[in-house]
Design a protein around this ligand. Sequence first.
Ligand code: ATP
Ligand code: MG
Length: 280
Amino acid sequence: MIEVTNLSKSFGTKKVLDGISMTVRDGEIFGLLGPSGAGKTTLIRVLTGQLKFESGEASVMGADVRKLSGEDKKQFGIMMDDLGLYERLTAYQNLKVFTDIYGVSVDAIGKVLAEVKLDQDAKKEVSKFSKGMKERLRLARALVTHPKVLFLDEPTSGLDPQTAKEIHEIIRNRKEAGCIIFLTTHNMTEAEKLCDHLVLLNEGKIVESGSPRELCLRYDHQKRIEITTTDGEKEQLPFAGGAVERIEQVLKEGRLLTIHSQEPNLETVFMELTGRKLEA
Ligand SMILES: Nc1ncnc2c1ncn2[C@@H]1O[C@H](COP(=O)(O)OP(=O)(O)OP(=O)(O)O)[C@@H](O)[C@H]1O
Ligand SMILES: [Mg+2]
């Protein structure tokens, strides 16, 4: 379990995390969804003991993140941009560095390479890897020690849909195996598909939280009906009020081409709460 209470963090005079409170339960995929600069990476750094903070409390599996021991950190798997790979080493050698440090059996390397579908590329130098292969290897590095908590900072950012899907599958499997997953994303589709619980973060503050479905239902008043007429015009009609009359009118005129209902999604929810888009 991860528990955060009223946590604040500043860089100089700029407050980057502002009174954050959240609980991540065992066995869930927890997503931190927010636009660039919201404070997502900063929160991962704080929770993994890489950054100090001024006020509030944070613990991961009962351990205060201000006082994490080596043993505590062994339970973490971390995937973030600035944890790079050794380009001149092979995939196998990259993982061997980690298993040596963490005292994990080398048998784990073959298994994790198969898990991320890089077993055929074990002996290849990383400099010859594609972007998607590198991302999978970075994920493998986070997984190879069999962590109890996985921190994934935008694990599929900039990847093609197929690789993203494979990574989602690996994450789900680890959840099934009992791992707590804490991930960040600014991709609402990813958040919707993957996460059991979401926190929407904007300018260092939590603006909403709940399951993706709960969040969308809470903002149900944004439901719209979109009609297209035979002369190519699109109209957005609010679900409640006026839609029926307008549709009837267009129908009678014989001009109705298509009709769709538009459910609120995380993007429209975020927009309503902050006036900002998730992705620039
Ligand atoms: N080491 C640092 N020194 C000063 N300011 C920083 C530092 N790291 C982050 N910041 C600032 O803190 C804010 C939050 O940054 P953070 O990297 O946590 O955002 P993010 O939500 O991860 O964004 P992105 O989606 O672009 O990765 C930004 O305004 C950033 O400029
Ligand atoms: Mg970031």
